[in-house]
Design a binder for this molecule. Structure first.
Ligand SMILES: [Zn+2]
Length: 431
């Protein structure tokens, strides 16, 4: 018998009550409490909240609860913001397969969020209205936070005492070179407003239309290269929890992420949201709709989000956002994860739809039915397939290269990539 085996045998038996206690504590760690506060001051009345804390992954099963928080900052009217508020969630959930495990569900979310945003945009465009909206959409399931965003509303994560990080990317033409290049390559013109043909003023905009954003939902009157494809980031918080601040540009034009986080640290979420808005108004005045949601993800043992001692601050910065694959068995990082490190599970911001949908085939082999990867409409084989023939269809000689898209969604995809001719095709030219 080896020494290790001997020492194992010498260990006293753990009483059953202790074991049960451990399980209960683990359960608590498994499900944090979500507390939130909201505040806002309207100037144009085009900012909207979405707060839903009673969503169920499996309808009717209360153990599968998840929460949704979103901010929608409309422009040129409020109808796109209202439409997005009412439709994104159902469009996202309908794109997730039924009867899958929680882990599979979390993994399916990033793709489903892309589908949900694009579907909402297509549906809104059918209404023929010209307004548009940003959408910063946050799904919280346990310690996992998934954020999808188009436009310049922002979601930051504060681990209370140390690191403040951005979970979104600003889709503003002025600040995003990559997006500027994409819009220009797809046929858009980017430039500043020209006053009296002389001075250029204000931020970079896309013409025609004059929008400052490179991505949004709606904006039917602007080119299709202003896409609704969100940047998606998924992180897993440590069991120390964290605070999310989701807000429209009325806040972020006045406050940096750090200042916003610091201004309300240690306060309950409801008060925190009010303070962030107050701070923004104090520094800039009410120039725009100014809307803020504060969401605390709290280990259930704590009444408020605990503040991490200052001492550990520097150590956290270097190891914050460690990748899942890196050294998860490393003892030092495990220790850090207990005080606030965040695991990065997923991040993707490409504006190319097919890159975001992946290669998974939605073709149901048993029924022989094609389901559109975006609008989820079923199409029996032979029905309209000739119109869609191309790389999106399997054939005997070709392997599967992408998901099936119906005629409508295929058109949308091409238009977003700038492939649709802006001049209407004329069948015959009369001279
Ligand atoms: Zn479709």
């Amino acid at each position: 018998m080896s020494n290790t085996e001997l020492s194992r045998m010498k260990q006293p038996l753990v009483p059953l009550a202790t074991l049960i206690g451990r399980d209960l504590r683990n359960l608590k760690i498994e499900k944090p409490i979500v507390k939130y506060g909201q505040a806002g001051l309207a100037r144009k009345g085009e900012d909207y909240f979405l707060i839903k804390t009673d969503c169920q992954r499996i309808p009717g099963d209360s153990s599968t609860l998840f929460s949704v928080f979103a901010i929608l900052d409309g422009h040129n009217g409020m109808s796109a913001a209202v439409f997005a508020k009412e439709n994104i969630l159902s469009n996202v959930t309908s794109a997730i397969p039924q009867d899958i495990s929680r882990d599979e569900w979390l993994q399916a979310l990033p793709r489903a969020l892309v589908v949900g945003f694009v579907k909402t945009d297509i549906e809104f465009q059918k209404k023929g209205e010209t307004s548009g909206t940003t959408a910063t959409f946050v799904i919280i399931d346990g310690w996992t936070v998934t954020v999808a965003s188009v436009g310049d509303s922002r979601c930051i994560l504060d681990t209370q005492g140390g690191v403040v990080s951005l979970l979104t990317v600003d889709h503003r033409l002025e600040e995003n070179v990559e997006e500027r290049e994409r819009v220009t390559a797809s046929g858009g013109e980017v430039g500043r407003l020209n006053v009296y043909g002389a001075n250029e003023v204000g931020p970079l905009r896309c013409w025609p239309g004059g929008l400052c954003l490179s991505r949004s939902i709606g904006d039917t009157d602007v080119g299709e290269y202003i896409v609704p494809i969100p940047h998606v980031k998924q992180v897993k918080l440590s069991n120390a929890g964290g605070r999310l601040i989701i807000a429209s540009d009325g806040i972020w034009d006045a406050l940096s992420s750090d200042v916003a986080a610091k201004s309300c640290r240690g306060l309950p979420a409801e008060l925190a949201a009010k303070l962030v808005v107050k701070e923004a108004l104090r520094s800039r005045g009410l120039k725009d709709d100014t809307t803020c949601l504060v969401v605390d993800i709290i280990p259930s043992d704590y009444p408020v989000l605990p503040i991490i001692p200052r001492k550990k601050y520097n150590m956290l910065i270097s190891l914050f956002f460690r990748k899942k694959s890196q050294n998860s068995s490393n003892k030092a990082s495990n220790k850090l994860s207990a005080v606030g490190a965040v695991e990065e599970l997923f991040e993707e911001g490409s504006a190319v739809l097919t890159e975001r949908l992946g290669k998974e085939s939605p073709f149901n082999m048993n029924s022989g039915i094609f389901r559109c990867a975006v609008c989820q409409v079923d199409q029996p084989p032979g029905d309209g397939l000739a119109v869609n023939s191309g790389p999106y269809f399997p054939s005997a000689s070709k392997s599967w290269e992408g998901p099936f898209l119906c005629t409508n969604c295929r058109k949308k995809k091409d238009a977003m990539e700038g492939k649709r001719l802006s001049i209407p095709i004329v069948d015959s030219i009369v001279i």
